[in-house]
Design a protein around this ligand. Structure first.
Ligand code: HEC
Length: 314
């Protein structure tokens, strides 16, 4: 039994990884990065950048490039002065942050959450680190919106642009420009549609699960599933019938309306792929519509798989 559980666990990590091997790419339309400036203590203005690009890799590392020449202050001469004196013609600035992707993948369409990100801005040779609380909303199966939850303040001194701001004051004959800059951002990321081949069926483990998992105990565990799944052929209720499920490709039973992510997942159901799915349904196939949080106990997973094998393959 111990050995089997180990095999299932190792297999599930291997299987879970390729399914999550996805990058999110920043969609420039809909994304927006703005900062505020306050002159003479009273006049507030919003500047923004119109050209952004970037992506978030599968381990949650976000890298965003800001084209500094795309700064929009609403006055041409001021745009040029910003580029020349404040950004010192640096071309691009980069913003990097680390996210916990499991929190993001766990979101269903329409759900939102806040996550803490450790971010770093690198601008013309200066590096500024800051903590940012970000609001993340899953807009669809393949897109998320990430925005600042509050505004972020960046000191002009830390960002190494104090001398440039002095120069702007002098050029525009201003008595003062505030030295801390509020920043807000909204980024839209789309999932790249890279399909991954499912792992080949490991027959030895199929056999091991059939022998080692406890069918009787599995029948009890299956009570958690039976509200939505029947085992008779073609009997679909809230969920699809699980008749003949092992060896079948995910999302293919006739007459059941699956979600696109499950249907397109390319998973082939084996004890391993099912163990991965039942451990973390939402993380394994982001955006699928099975409203079930998963099974926490390895024994429950091995047993329910053994029960399904005994009941559905005959
Ligand atoms: C609240 C209802 C619900 C519960 C409880 C539930 N499921 Fe599901 N399940 C679904 C739905 C709905 C789908 C289809 C998901 C989709 O299309 O995205 C599904 C899909 C599946 C699939 C993929 C089927 C296929 O044809 O590819 C498997 C396997 C599965 N469930 C197993 C289980 C097991 C085992 C349990 C219990 C441990 C369980 N489910 C609990 C609703 C449920």
């Amino acid at each position: 039994m111990k050995l089997l559980l180990k095999a299932v666990t190792i297999a599930s990590t291997i299987v879970a990884t390729p399914v999550l091997a996805q990058t999110w790419t920043l969609a420039p339309e809909g994304s927006h990065l703005a900062y505020g400036s306050i002159k003479k203590n009273t006049v507030g203005e919003v500047n923004s950048f119109s050209k952004l690009s970037g992506q978030v890799s599968q381990d949650g590392k976000a890298e965003i490039e800001i084209d500094l020449s795309s700064v929009e202050t609403n006055i041409d001469i001021r745009n040029q002065r910003m580029i020349e004196y404040v950004f010192r013609k640096a071309g691009t600035a980069s913003l990097t942050a680390q996210f916990d992707m499991s929190e993001v993948s766990a979101l269903s369409v329409g759900e939102a959450t806040t996550v803490d990100a450790e971010a770093q801005l690198s601008l013309a040779g200066a590096e500024v680190g800051f903590d940012a609380e970000m609001f993340v909303a899953r807009l669809s199966e393949t897109s998320v919106m990430v925005s600042t939850n509050d505004m972020i303040f960046i000191s002009t001194e830390d960002a190494g642009v104090d001398a440039g701001v002095d120069k702007l004051m002098q050029l525009a004959d201003l008595p003062g420009i505030t030295r801390t800059v509020p920043v807000t951002a909204r980024f839209i990321f789309n999932l790249d549609d890279k399909k991954v081949e499912a792992a080949p069926v490991a027959e030895t483990t199929v056999l091991a699960a059939a022998v080692e998992g406890d069918v009787k105990a599995g029948k009890k565990v299956f009570r958690k599933c039976s509200a939505c799944h029947k085992l008779d052929a073609d009997r679909h209720t809230v969920g699809p019938s699980l008749h003949g499920i092992f060896g079948a490709k995910a999302g293919q039973a006739d007459g059941f309306r699956y979600s696109d992510p499950l249907q397109q997942s390319e998973i082939v159901w084996t004890p391993e792929t099912m163990a991965a799915f039942l451990t973390d349904p939402k993380g394994t196939v982001p955006g699928n519509k099975m409203q079930f949080p998963g099974l926490k106990k390895e024994a429950d997973i091995a047993n329910v798989i053994a029960y399904l094998q005994a009941e559905t393959q005959g």
